[in-house]
Every structure is written in C-alpha cells, then in structure tokens.
Write a protein that binds this ligand. Structure first.
Ligand SMILES: [Zn+2]
Length: 149
C-alpha cells in the first residue's frame, strides 16, 4: 500500500489543517487504487490508508473508539455527495467541499475545510455555515460523543 512520508512537526496552529491535508492525500490515493471510486466513509480508508489517530483533531482530547463506527469518534467529517467528482482531475473544482474539521473542535471556533482541489481554507464559523449551506451540506454539530473529562 501507499507508504506515507513522516514529516517534521508543523507549527501548533497548523496541526489540524496538516492532518486534514494528509487525509486528503489518502482519499486521493484511495481513488487511484479503486478506479476513481470515492470512499463512502472513513471506514473505507482505515488500515490501508489511515490509522485511527489520523482522524483525531489535535485540538480535541478525543480518542479512537475502535468498537464504534468511525463517524462516532472521528474529529473530521467526510462529505458524501461528491462521488461524481474526479478527484484526480487537475481542474477539480476548488469550491467543492470534501471534508472538514468543524468549529466546535477548535478553541477559536474556526473550521478547517478541505476542497476537491486539495486546498484547505480556515473559515470563521459564520463563513463555514454559509459555505456548507451553499454546498447543500447538512451540518450537525457533534456534541462530543467521545470526550475525556
Ligand atoms: Zn481540527
């Protein structure tokens, strides 16, 4: 499978967007290995592409709960409506949301959003909500199901 390059630690504030970018790279690797099929969920990426800790935002205290579905404990949200988008295309739309880390995961309440051209935007919460609304993505804040208190 794809060997992932270990990189030196980025600055603290960049950790979440860095992880999101790595997730994006593995989504791309997945599509290349699966005749351009997009993963249905992060479950499809587990093991071969991503390790459980890859899905934990460094700003949260969440821990992977391997007995539960990934969506129950993952900090990151994979958007499911872009199956028709060719993620390998160089002209993939830069305004299609692929995945995000929601604002409630971050102390400054910003969201990190990964687009289909693999750029990442840091959005204030109102900007994030507007973006999801424009993209017809339903946003359900996770009232942290898994929390270490
Ligand atoms: Zn995050």
């Amino acid at each position: 499978m794809i060997a992932r390059v270990k990189q030196s630690s980025p600055p603290e504030h960049a950790l979440c967007s860095h992880k999101l970018f790595s997730i994006g790279k593995e989504i791309l690797n997945y599509t290349r290995d699966h005749n351009e099929a997009y993963p249905d969920s992060f479950e499809d990426l587990m093991g071969s592409y991503l390790e459980p800790n890859d899905l934990i935002c460094p700003f949260t205290n969440n821990k992977p709960q391997l007995e539960l579905p990934v969506s129950d404990w993952s900090s990151y949200i994979l958007v499911h409506h872009i199956n028709s988008v060719d993620l390998n295309s160089p002209d993939s739309p830069s305004n299609i949301v692929v995945a995000y880390c929601p604002p409630e995961n971050h102390p400054d309440n910003v969201a990190y959003v990964l687009f289909a051209d693999f750029h990442i935007r840091e959005c204030k919460k109102d900007e994030f909500l507007k973006l999801l609304k424009e993209s017809s993505i339903k946003y359900i804040p996770k009232e942290k199901i898994v929390k270490n208190n």
